[in-house]
Design a protein around this ligand. Structure first.
Ligand code: GLU
Length: 486
């Protein structure tokens, strides 16, 4: 009799940044699989990295998934029978489970200091062997462990990996995956601060939440053998595993924000319809068959099977996305069109926020669209733009913009005083004159010299579009050197 009574799947994003298209991609395939089989789709927030986890990121992930219509059956905001669904609220559970493994002899306490581990790694590098923990504490006697504990020595808990043989599992897409056990390190399960690693928390939760199918991105495939060992150590039935191919840039590298926007919030701001993005993602690695590219998610559910996923490395091609969006836009009814423009572009909130900055710069309302296009536009045209101050080079500007956009990536509370503080601090850090950096930024984010105050304009244009324009400008500069500011 199986432990799994029905299909239950999950996505388990770590809330460390902007909601990623890869999360939506994996969520879509999980959602389709669950609904096809009358199962449940769960949202679990993996926020045990206390340094990097952000509540604003969690909120954005939820908003973006809902925007796409990927509604979960159980999750942090909804509850369910297996909660809590936020890992930071489950730390006691992980500690109990790590203790269970110690008691059953599948895990051990490791008291090695960071210095010792560094020294071991350095020696291994010198000897030209793979760096791994040398299992020094695996052989400690009970009395030695007691001694260290009495002294209050900080320690981690490690999994005893099998030292010979192979660990294997069946991937629903790839078939049998095997790894030689001597290539597996004694994985840390619980860190010295009492927080679990991804591996422990992920396996314990998948089991307790009765996840029957782990459908996730290819980048986790190397972790799966460790998870298999963990399931066996606990004596638990394993779920089925399926690793979806990674989304790629056009040059086949792993999709990254330096080459393509990757934030779902950007695509929403850019006016990509949720129906387009879902259909586009459904075509990534999976095909409907018969050269059919446009289909609904319900139609996908009927036909979906892991065996139709190909591993070629699907390219997240924004030109294709735009082409598909045109198809859906052209099919909009008059009501849909009017509602979209009113609810997404000329919204009451946006117009109210713009009013103090735009009204005083107009004398006839016919100027509204032309004067304020940059509040609504996407990419600006930098050809021939005079964005390079005297004494600076193209590469100075590119360097300045890429350093700044990284800082702005971390600014979630997008408010003009905070934007100002980040930019002022960055200006001092790189030693640029206010005039140079502010005029360049004004031109990059608004395309005009005479726009309303810079920081307020940045707030109004929005976090997504400001960062997009900065990155877009860096790319434009790489291909066409513009004229200097007169
Ligand atoms: N927290 C992991 C992530 O950020 C979860 C990976 C998994 O699905 O196991 O994607």
């Amino acid at each position: 009799m199986s432990y799994f009574k029905k299909v239950r799947v999950r996505i388990a994003p770590s809330p460390t940044g902007d909601p990623h298209v890869g999360t939506a991609y994996v969520a879509l395939f999980n959602y389709v699989y669950a609904k096809k089989h009358g199962g449940d789709f769960l949202l679990r927030i993996e926020d045990t990295d206390q340094v990097r986890a952000k509540s604003s990121s969690e909120a954005m992930i939820m908003r973006s998934l809902r925007w796409l219509g990927l509604e979960w059956d159980e999750g942090p905001d909804k509850g369910g029978s297996c909660g809590p669904y936020r890992q930071s609220e489950r730390t006691a559970i992980y500690r109990e489970h790590a203790d269970l493994l110690i008691k059953s002899g599948h895990a051990y306490r490791c008291f090695c200091t960071a210095e010792r581990l560094d020294a071991v790694r350095a020696q291994q590098r010198e000897a030209g062997v793979t760096t791994a923990y040398d299992r020094h504490c695996r052989g400690l006697k009970d009395s030695e462990v007691e001694d260290q504990l009495k002294k209050g020595q900080p320690h981690v808990i490690r999994l005893k990996m099998p030292v010979s043989g192979v660990t294997s599992f069946v991937d629903e897409i790839r078939g049998v995956v095997e790894i030689e056990n001597d290539r597996l390190d004694d994985q840390v399960l619980l860190k010295s601060d009492g927080y679990p690693t991804y591996h422990l928390a992920n396996v314990v939760d998948d089991h307790l939440m009765k996840i029957s199918h782990v459908i996730r991105a290819e980048e986790w495939i190397n972790s799966t053998p460790k998870h298999v060992v963990l399931y066996d150590a606990f004596g638990w039935e394993k779920p089925k595993f399926a690793h979806l191919p990674l989304l790629r840039n056009a040059d086949k590298s792993k999709i990254s924000k330096r080459k393509n926007p990757v934030a779902l919030t950007y695509y929403q701001r850019a006016g990509i319809l949720p129906v387009t993005l879902m259909n586009f993602l459904a075509n990534m690695g999976w095909s409907f068959g018969d050269d059919v590219e446009f289909f609904t998610i319900e139609e996908m559910m009927k036909k979906f099977d892991f065996k139709d996923i190909h591993l070629g490395g699907p390219v997240f091609d924004t030109v294709k996305l735009t082409w598909m969006n045109a198809h859906y836009m052209h099919k909009m009814s008059t009501d849909q069109f009017v509602n979209f423009v009113r609810n997404e572009i000329f919204t009451d909130d946006y117009l109210r926020a713009l009013k103090p900055f735009v009204l005083e710069r107009m004398s006839r309302f016919e100027q509204f669209v032309d004067n304020n296009s940059f509040f609504f536009n996407g990419a600006l045209d930098y050809r021939g733009a005079e964005i390079i101050p005297k004494g600076k080079s193209t590469s100075d500007i590119m360097g300045m913009l890429s350093g700044l956009v990284e800082k702005l990536d971390d600014l979630y509370d997008w408010e003009h005083e905070r934007i100002k503080a980040v930019i002022e601090a960055y200006k001092d850090e790189i030693g640029w004159k206010p005039k140079d950096i502010f005029m360049t930024l004004r031109l990059v984010v608004t395309g005009r010299k005479d726009s309303p105050p810079l920081f307020e304009s940045m707030e109004l244009i929005g976090r997504e579009m400001v960062r997009f324009r900065m990155r877009d400008c860096i790319q434009a500069l790489a291909t066409m050197p513009p004229a200097p500011i007169a």
